[in-house]
Ligand binder design. Sequence first.
Ligand SMILES: C[S@@+](CC[C@H](N)C(=O)[O-])C[C@H]1O[C@@H](n2cnc3c(N)ncnc32)[C@H](O)[C@@H]1O
Length: 343
Amino acid sequence: MDQSALETLVAPESLEPLTCAVKERNLKEVLEATLATTVGETFPIREGIPSFVPANITDDQTIRSFSQKWAKHRYYREHTRSFYTDWYLQRYGFGDLAGLRSFLTEKQFILDAGTGAGRDAQNLAENSDATVFAIDTAWDALSVANADMKQERVRFVHADLHKLPFPDAFFDLVNCDQVIHHTPDPRAAFTALMRKLKPGGHVCTYVYKKKAPVREFTDDFVREQIKDLDAEEALKLCEPITKLGRTLAKLNVTVNVEEDIPLLGIKKGEHDLQRLFHWNLFKCFWNDEFDFFTNNIINLDWYHPVHCHRFTPDEFRAWFDVGFEVESWDVQDAGISCRARKL
Ligand SMILES: C[S@@+](CC[C@H](N)C(=O)[O-])C[C@H]1O[C@@H](n2cnc3c(N)ncnc32)[C@H](O)[C@@H]1O
């Protein structure tokens, strides 16, 4: 990490300033160092990435699940980037990259909380003049992205979104897409994140939506069976589900549900058969643009982490009732996206 970005960091809990004892650096950045507070707390910098996460954070099953997922899937960002970027632009009301660019004008500091492979961080940096801090608890995700991303204004930090090493009211935009529902208490996580947002700054965040009752049942039923396995074993067990998703998708068949089935939460109308299964019976994600391994990882990403909260639109909207102005609101079968301005 370069010197000017390092100077913005503070100790996560005390918010004290940090000194930096450099062990190795190149012309642009510090590669190996120790950050310290005056009261003796220390935090390492490894591979140019400051780390504020204790080793025992992976005692949390969800954090361990994602760490194992990112250690296995090392080409996720480029492989899925175009699909997820289009979806992101649509859900948050930007329309296209020009819309995102105009929204980001004058933003100086952006946080991408739970950056994973770093796709949003890259898009946010490429379409602004901002410095983008991309944080995650999964070391492998950051290490891979830091080594292969050619975007100098993205700075990776190994940190927990509940205990961020930044001053309060620091960011012009907090982006936290598809992450907050994976924390033990999403409302508390949202409050912690919003402390870091400037008044007048924006938040973009997404949570899973509650699904039809049979789908909700099978989600929890499957999760209960695989949660104690490591990701490798769980991936194996997800394979037949992914294969069935592929088989159903390749049929390319639509079925007509004659009328609403309120008892099962199924809506009347034309449904693609794979989508009918996926949204109403059990998640069996399949996207022809992705390879089998990636489709299977996406099913794992749903079934494996124990923290996987789902919300109704009313429950999620209530987060923004006080202190925010909602600028864009999008409800889909999968989840709910909100862009809001902090008052
Ligand atoms: C489903 S992935 C989403 C990644 C990325 N935002 C995207 O849209 O592709 C969830 C990410 O949140 C991270 N995560 C989970 N809990 C976290 C926490 N407490 N602090 C920081 N990151 C966390 C995981 O490691 C994982 O990379």
